[in-house]
Design a protein around this ligand. Structure first.
Ligand SMILES: [Zn+2]
Length: 148
């Protein structure tokens, strides 16, 4: 778990959401808390929705993809997220045989597509508030085509 001292893959700029700590609560047996994950899980889910909107995706591929974008996500973090997205009917999973092994793929649902579209608008809204006007204007011109 925390034996990995090599945090160089993310160049120090990434977000490690793979660590979970046992909840300190008394009755919450087995529940895990990670404030970083709680904050970024929405971003991670949006990554997943975005890619699932292009083609079916699977866990290992997503872990590598997310790492490229600065999120270190362990399977133990990702799969519950995928599961909750399927429960919420944003994704639908199915099994397929790949190289002699069963691989679980996730594809986006129509409801997931609608949420993704809403999310794009909300991302722009959030960025418009967080970035300076100059930063935002530069981004807005490149993002315009996404929302039309
Ligand atoms: Zn991505």
């Amino acid at each position: 778990m925390s034996t990995n001292e090599n945090s160089g893959t993310l160049g120090g700029n990434g977000v490690d959401v793979s660590k979970t700590t046992k909840a300190r609560g008394h009755k919450d047996h087995g529940r895990e808390e990670n404030p970083t994950l709680e904050l970024f899980s929405g971003f991670i889910k949006l990554h997943v929705l975005h890619h699932a909107s292009e083609r079916p995706v699977y866990g290992l591929w997503l872990i590598e993809e997310l790492e490229e974008h600065g999120y270190r996500v362990s399977p133990g973090t990702l799969y519950p997220l995928l599961h909750s997205m399927e429960e919420a009917e944003m994704l639908k999973s199915y099994n397929e045989l790949y190289a002699g092994k069963i691989r679980r793929y996730y594809k986006i649902t129509p409801a997931g597509r609608r949420l993704l579209k809403q999310a794009k608008l909300q991302i722009i809204e959030l960025m418009s508030e967080m970035l300076t006007k100059e930063e935002f204007d530069r981004l807005r011109s490149s993002l315009k085509e996404l929302t039309t």
